[in-house]
Design a binder for this molecule. Sequence first.
Ligand code: PLP
Length: 407
Amino acid sequence: MPDLTTQQNGGPAHGGPQTRTESQLRKLDGIKWSKYGDAVIPAWVADMDLAPAEVVTDAIQRVLDLGDFGYNFADVDQLLPLFRQWQDRYHHWSPEESESALFCDVLHAIDIALWLHTKPGDGVVLLTPVYPPFIGAVNGAGRKIVSVPLTQPDWTLDAERLAAAIDENTKVLLLCHPHNPTGRMFTQPEREAIAEVVLANDLLLISDEVWGDLLHDGPGASSESPDRGRHVPMASIDGLAASTLTVTSASKSFSLAGLRCAVAHLGHHGLRAQFQELPKHFLGAVSTPGAAATAAAWSQGHEWLDQTRSFLTDRLDQTMTLVESRLPGVTMRRPEATYLAWLDVSELTPVIGSSPAAWFLEHGGVALGEGTDFGPEGSGFVRLNFATSPAILDAIVDRMATALDSA
Ligand SMILES: Cc1ncc(COP(=O)(O)O)c(C=O)c1O
């Protein structure tokens, strides 16, 4: 395949996001570009194809240049104050440093919270379809999934269905907010319905807000909601912080997942006490490069992120246009958040079968996320990661269209 160079909207402003060419991306050992080999264009796992922010590479370069690989807590010590400032600046929420803690990654904090707060057989509510590791975390801990399907076609929350799903064994609501894979930003009434159910049933709300920075503005984003385009942390809702564990990281906004650094606000008193009682080394620790990168992102990454958000909204517009013009039979609801397109391909089932991502991989050479990995409600859907260059995005949809044309 020819090298797909970047032009048009991919052109970076200084300090802003830089796209990478296909040949640059194919040199990476990361899972996204290496798993399926050179014949396939990957659009599955949620990593961006952008070059890292310069402030991030500078921070890691400094660690390298100094050879500063011994015990080093300087970067780590900055993280909780920086987390608070970042949340305050972007989301008008100011999580107390004394109530927050570092984790190796977001799933690490979620797993530990499930183990500490629930016992085998307890129910954990998931709003489905949902990020597959949530399903794995609940099953892996031997807890019971209480699935509350979101309502199609807009994947809205049915508050009555949520309330009716809870019984005395239900202990946790594990929320993806904003929501992966649908890209929903829950509206104020939806957030309030969640809060009401959590408080009425004394649930622990685990709110994974790793996508909270990546909201889209622009035509079609959200509805007439007063907070259109703004992420509202669940713990900032009146009275809810004491029931909530908020987990997040810079790993989606700055594509740092491999560096392993996350933070949680332990608003729930009982859970905070349980975490504080754990042996000192039980939680592991954040590495110097992970801490340096996250600290740089949260202290100096504003300009990069602001430009990246508008780059991603341009890619969203491009994806919508391409899907509409090139993929008849495929429909896409415009997500308010994330860089994930949740494509409804159910109309094509008679042609491509019930494992559509596997079909596009085999017939189109494109790796997408399989809808059913996100739960049975994902049947007839595929997830496409559009955080790539305009040229690669064109090529992804072109391959899908060509495969369908010859089916
Ligand atoms: C909802 C959600 N949570 C967590 C993660 C991963 O976070 P981490 O690698 O820090 O565990 C992802 C990655 O895509 C995600 O979509």
